[in-house]
Ligand binder design. Structure first.
Ligand code: PMP
Length: 312
């Protein structure tokens, strides 16, 4: 099997499929000049035995994309793109690329105008999408994190719950600082010093047997992996708290992990050089990680079949 080379595959741009190399935008376009685009990334799992591909929580990703567009007043997107049309286009994109490994799809809505200025309303807002390999955005064995000296964009600056490309300058500054200082990634605090999330992931702690994560009003992205973990944990009757987390609680955690469509479930081994738990993936994190993997891939009978859709 040849590894999937997405630069030689097909992409979707505006209203048609084109070779990836031709899926380009102008240097004078609003997404390039001002980051005026929103996106989502969802996973497609390859089942090597059955030679099938299944998409994870597509409707939820569509809904979040539409919500991001609404927050940004990308007003022409939703009327033009029903869920059915979006789904069919994503399925056709997968069929045209026919990967034989786990992949991710990045779907972006951008302001498609060559005009000077930061205008949004009443300009065309169009879709672009491509398929790419899962790769390893974070080391699979676990990560060493620091608390960033940069703070998270507050909701009334660049809303975290809208997945706005321009907002990722904030994540990039944190990630860059973390790497320069010898860490894998960073944890972002808000202006009041509460824990928000990682640079491209949500964060969970386990303290005294309770699974804890910041609530959705805490300047976080409403992550679909976060939501999946919470549902699985509640179904397992694990005690769960969605609430404000102070910085100092990070150092008291018995376990911690970050999660996301690209980050998957990755254990946090240390924070600011302080070992978390035994410095390996903790038992509750392992249980949730395993259950999430089954839910995503459908490798065993589970209660989450409606999260998956086979590409036919
Ligand atoms: N927070 C941020 C800032 C992210 O970029 C991501 C990745 N999309 C997440 C959380 C996790 O979101 P999801 O589980 O929907 O991929």
């Amino acid at each position: 099997m040849t590894p999937f080379d997405y630069t030689k595959g097909q992409a979707f741009l505006r209203d048609r499929f084109v070779p990836f190399a031709d899926a380009t935008v102008s240097i004078a376009s609003s997404p390039v000049l001002y980051g005026l685009s929103v996106y989502t990334v969802f996973s497609v799992a390859w089942n090597a035995d059955q030679k099938t591909l299944s998409v994870f929580r597509l409707q939820d990703h569509y809904r979040r994309l539409v919500n991001s567009a609404k927050i940004m007043d990308f007003c022409s997107f939703e009327p033009a793109w029903s869920y059915e049309k979006f789904k069919e286009t994503m399925f056709e994109l997968i069929r045209q690329n026919a990967p034989e490994e786990d992949v991710l799809i990045r779907a972006t809505i951008f302001t498609d105008g060559i005009i000077a200025g930061t205008k949004i309303h009443s300009l065309p807002h169009v879709l672009a999408a491509y398929v790419y390999p899962v790769g390893e955005i974070l080391p699979r064995g676990g990560v060493h994190l620091c608390v960033s000296s940069w703070i998270r964009n507050p909701d009334n600056a660049i809303p975290s719950r809208a997945k706005v490309n321009g907002g990722y300058v904030n994540s990039s500054l944190m990630k860059n600082e973390a790497i320069l200082n010898g860490y894998d990634d960073a944890i972002a605090l808000d202006a009041q010093g509460h824990v928000t999330e990682g640079t491209v992931s949500n964060i969970f702690l386990v303290r005294n047997g309770v699974l804890i994560t910041p609530h959705v009003g805490a300047d976080i992205l409403e992550g679909i992996t976060r939501d999946s973990i919470l549902k699985i944990a509640r179904d397992m009757k694990l005690p769960v708290e969605e609430r404000l987390i102070d910085r100092s609680e990070l150092y008291l955690a018995d376990e911690a992990f970050v999660c996301g469509s690209s980050a998957r479930v990755t254990p946090v081994l240390s924070i600011d050089k302080r070992k978390i738990g035994n410095g390996v993936m903790g038992p509750m994190s392992q249980t949730l990680s395993d259950a999430y993997r089954v839910a995503q891939r459908g490798t065993a009978a589970d209660a989450y079949a409606d999260w998956r859709m086979e590409v036919s």
